[in-house]
Design a protein. Structure first.
Length: 435
């Protein structure tokens, strides 16, 4: 039997895949990935759950594969709740300022005062059909003292704050909850996906200096801009890796599965890096000769769409007002970031330094080497986000035969009690915040 301080399951419900990642902190406080499972996503379109039944099936398959992955390492953990990512075109953001007046003016501001201000901000009136997902503090003001990062301990009467508020469509949020619940799981937390990706691929120094995270998924491209360690701007661009595949289907006149393989194996974001005489031969249609595809022409098709995506990213950077303040440049992650020469093209289009972000910045080790790919940045980030608030549990190795059954029962009882308390708290909190 091995003691693990915290165990979290991150569930990334994406356009192309549903991925479940199990992570934990060990006795030294380091993060380890214990298992991973993924399944093809057929019920999600551009980041939004459209077909609940197909999504439920994919979630069950991904979670079961994650359990099998852990079983190969002789580890057993019951998966009852997950931290889920949310994305899609319905995601919006806005800036809002709120303030409260304190009754007790003799004492300094406490954490309870700050929590009260944030909870009060959740009551902001929104257009019909929208719901607040996150209220992210920017800076506070205590009476006449402005640009306060942490107001706790400062004496004052009026506490104000500027907030970056993330909202989503109520139906899209409900579909995620329905899919997860029907798969036999509880939603421990709902987290905006670019925030999760930032957790896994960015360093504190980059967020302090100023950085733009670009997460290229299958259906959408998510943008999150950080400065002084605080998120300043978020946006969703309605183009992702799938539309690049569609362009290849049309431009090279091939089947969709062939286009996807061409993109993954031979795709380049910079046409000038490829030679004129490089040719790829692919099987022809039934009874027809093989088809030859020029690698340079393939790259030209890809480059045109990637340029369009990053022109939109540059527009979002300019809209944030931080174009000349991103000292750490642009960090690209997600499945679409695996295109060759992508960082060079991004630097050419935006004039800003760029690098590819890998989700191993904060991981000690992993029994799944595949997890280090940028396509798992969101899933790993969900685990890291969840580990900040998880309770301590124990894991059991299969070779502890006699202790295993007893400990498994103990874990189930403990986790059930913890989940019931957490679920009740979340439900109460939702009612207070949104009803």
């Amino acid at each position: 039997m091995e003691h693990i301080k915290k165990v979290i399951v991150g569930l990334d419900i994406g356009t192309t895949k549903v991925c479940a990642i199990v992570g934990a902190t060990n006795e030294h406080g380091k993060v380890e990935i214990l298992g991973m499972g993924k399944a093809e996503s057929l019920g999600v379109i551009r980041g939004e759950v459209r077909n609940i039944d197909k999504t439920v099936k994919a979630i069950r398959e991904a979670v079961e594969k994650a359990k099998q992955s852990m079983a190969n390492g002789k580890i057993r953990i019951e998966i009852n709740s997950v931290h889920v990512g949310i994305a899609g075109q319905h995601i919006k953001s806005l800036q809002h300022r709120n303030s409260i007046s304190r009754n007790n003016t003799e004492d300094e501001i406490t954490k309870e005062d700050v929590d009260k201000l944030i909870k009060d901000t959740f009551n902001l009136a929104l257009p019909p059909g929208d719901k607040i997902i996150h209220v992210l503090p920017q800076e506070y003001q205590v009476d006449e003292f402005t640009d306060v990062t942490d107001p706790v301990g400062i004496a004052g009467v009026r506490l104000s704050g500027n907030f970056h508020i993330i909202t989503g469509n109520v139906d899209a949020i409900k579909n995620i909850y329905k899919s997860v619940n029907r798969a036999g799981l509880d939603v421990a937390d709902l987290i905006l996906e670019p925030l999760s990706s930032a957790e896994s691929v960015l360093t504190m120094e980059e967020m302090e200096a100023g950085v733009c995270l670009v997460d290229i998924g299958g259906g959408t491209t998510d943008v999150a801009i950080f400065k002084n360690g605080i998120i300043r701007h978020t946006a969703v661009i309605p183009f992702g890796g799938n539309i690049i595949t569609d362009d290849i289907v049309e431009g090279c006149q091939v089947l969709r599965n062939q286009a996807e393989l061409l993109k993954l194996k031979f795709g380049s974001a910079l046409a000038e890096e490829n030679k004129e005489n490089e040719i790829v031969c692919i099987p022809g249609f039934h009874g027809r000769p093989p088809k030859e595809v020029s690698v340079k022409n393939l790259a030209m098709v890809i480059q045109a769409r990637v340029e369009e995506i990053f022109e939109s990213v540059l527009y979002e950077i300019k809209s944030s007002g931080l174009e000349r303040k991103l000292n750490a440049g642009i960090v690209i992650t997600g499945g679409g970031s695996q295109l060759k020469h992508l960082d060079k093209l991004v630097e050419f289009v935006t004039g800003i330094d760029a690098r590819i972000g890998y989700p191993n910045e904060h991981i000690a080790k992993s029994i799944v080497e595949e997890i280090k790919s940028p396509m798992y940045a969101t899933g790993v980030g969900l685990v890291l986000k969840g580990l900040h608030t998880a309770d301590e549990v124990e894991i059991t190795h299969e070779d502890d035969d006699k202790k295993e059954k007893k400990q498994h029962q103990h874990n189930s009882g403990f986790l059930s009690r913890w989940l019931e308390k957490g679920k009740a708290w979340l439900n109460d909190d939702d009612m207070k915040d949104y009803d």
